[in-house]
Write a protein that binds this ligand. Structure first.
Ligand code: DCS
Length: 481
């Protein structure tokens, strides 16, 4: 008998090439240790509820009622649910064709897409067309759909920031395209220098690659930086000159921990620039219910909005979305609730504000505790987390540690992160999973562990790190004597 299609040897090579470190070697080892009874602090994934964040009450009340519509007929419903949650549940149910158990339109429920368009208009000050908004199962699925439409083969390149969230590298590999890296400047707070972009494009072209699109992650993952308006304008101009589609990953737009650079959307900057740029540059922007103070990762809700795409392309994207029939319907309701939140005067408003502000303010404090903690450690330097959910310290590994890693058959930062995991139970992602400059090492943690646990986590990190450094530096120094 010959090999079968699902025998490993004959699998689609693109599938085998994919690497996704956020759930890679470190995560697998952490899961093993957990099974053996060790206490693991999972800081490898930006998954707030898994680290104890409580869901916001109002959206869960609304979705609970949508899931169990018979409760709406119960005369006692008003004892358990506030009137605004009941009204909102009825509103969303009226938008569905048969409740949460029915497929929706493949682009998402029209009434929810209208709420998204109204949100974008309020945020940016420019009208948005619900017909150009598609709801998706998390932002991930949207990114995959759009990259799928762009990448025709390995001659097609996508500009991706390095370090980057590996959804991009993994999807580009899977689709058989080429990743064209542009480096973020660590010494400039992970800023984006447009000259680096030009250099990257020139190098790719030299190799015969057609650069088709550019990804920005704002605020950045894993780097946490917030792009300034001026920087966004430069990026958009660059896309205009180079004829690139701009993919704006804006899933962390609520997660901002500094006041100098509030979030500004790529779409607003594009519109502010006026014609011809605002009429020419093709932009797709992504958002999610997984992040912000919602953190509803498990619900899998997202959307993308398309700007300056021709109607035939939008139709093709609709056709492809139709193959999967419908995005997850409960998640669409979460998206509606996120973009159309309670207003002052609503019965549940104050509680909602209290809960959401509480989460955001705590995240801001945790961002500070983590950065300060890392910067107090030997051979560790860390930019402040301006936004998103991660801290990305640089770990300056002594040559002896790099040598020891080689001996162990490990990439140096994987070696360090494994030792950290074994010693402290802190499960991180090595910087190599996101890409980094040659010979420079990092790790990524989320800033999500409970605030009261933070001091203990940081001191256990420091103890491990400083001992690790002493161990390998001592050896190094002694061997040089
Ligand atoms: N874009 C970025 C930049 C992300 O960080 C993530 C998730 C996504 C898109 C996709 O999110 P959803 O599909 O849930 O909408 N971040 C992963 C991470 O780095 N840790 O946790 C998940």
């Amino acid at each position: 008998m010959g090999l079968k299609a699902l025998d490993y040897e004959t699998l689609n090579e693109n599938v085998k090439k994919v690497q996704y470190a956020v759930r890679g070697e470190l995560y697998l080892r952490a899961s093993e240790l957990q099974k053996e009874g060790k206490k693991i602090i999972f800081t490898n994934v930006g998954n707030p509820h898994a680290l104890g964040q409580k869901p916001l009450t109002f959206p869960r009340q609304v979705v609970a009622l949508c899931q169990a519509p018979f409760l709406l007929d119960d005369p006692n419903v008003g004892l358990l649910f506030p009137a605004d949650a009941i009204a909102r549940a009825k509103h969303y149910l009226s938008l569905t064709s048969g409740g949460l158990g029915a497929y929706s339109d493949s682009r998402g429920i029209p009434g929810v897409r209208k709420e998204v368009a109204e949100f974008i208009e309020r945020r940016d000050g420019y009208p948005s067309d619900p017909e150009l908004i598609f709801l998706t199962d998390g932002a991930s699925k949207g990114v995959m759909q759009i990259l799928n439409c762009i990448i025709r083969g390995e001659g097609d390149g996508i500009l991706v920031p390095v370090p980057q969230y590996p959804l991009y590298s993994a999807t580009i590999s899977l689709l058989g395209g080429s990743l064209v890296p542009y480096y973020l400047e660590e010494t400039a707070n992970w800023g984006l220098d447009v000259n680096n972009l030009r250099e990257s494009v020139a190098q790719a072209r030299f190799k015969g690659i057609t650069v088709r699109a550019m990804v920005i992650i704002n605020p950045g993952n894993p780097t946490g930086q917030c792009l300034s308006e001026a920087n966004l304008r430069e990026i958009i101009n660059f896309c205009y000159q180079e004829n690139l589609v701009l993919l704006g990953d804006e899933v962390y737009q609520q997660n901002i921990y500094q006041d100098e650079r509030p979030f500004i959307s790529a779409r607003k900057v594009l519109m502010d620039m006026g014609p011809p740029v605002s009429k020419e540059v093709q932009l797709v922007s992504f958002h999610t219910v997984s992040k912000g103070y919602w953190g509803e990762c498990g619900q899998r809700g997202g959307y993308f909005e398309m700007t300056n795409l021709p109607p035939q392309t939008v139709d093709e994207i609709y056709k492809i979305a139709s193959i999967a029939l419908s995005p997850n319907v409960p998640a669409q309701i979460f998206m509606g609730l996120m973009v159309n939140p309670l207003k002052p005067g609503d019965i549940s408003y104050e509680q909602f504000v209290r809960e959401s502000q509480g989460i955001l303010e705590s995240l801001r404090r945790r961002a500070r505790i983590m950065t300060d903690g890392f910067n107090s450690c030997k051979n560790v330097v860390c930019n402040f987390t301006e936004g998103a959910m991660y801290s990305f310290p640089q770990i300056r590994l002594p040559p002896k540690a790099i040598e020891a890693a080689k001996q162990a058959g490990k990439v140096p930062d994987v070696f360090y992160c494994l030792k950290l995991l074994e010693a402290t139970g802190i499960s991180t992602v090595p910087g190599s999973g996101f890409g980094q400059k040659e010979g420079v090492f990092h790790l990524r943690t989320t800033i999500l562990p409970a605030e009261e646990d933070m001091p203990a986590i940081m001191s256990s990190f420091k103890k491990f790190n400083d001992e690790f450094m002493d161990q390998y530096e001592d050896n190094w120094n002694r061997s040089r004597m």
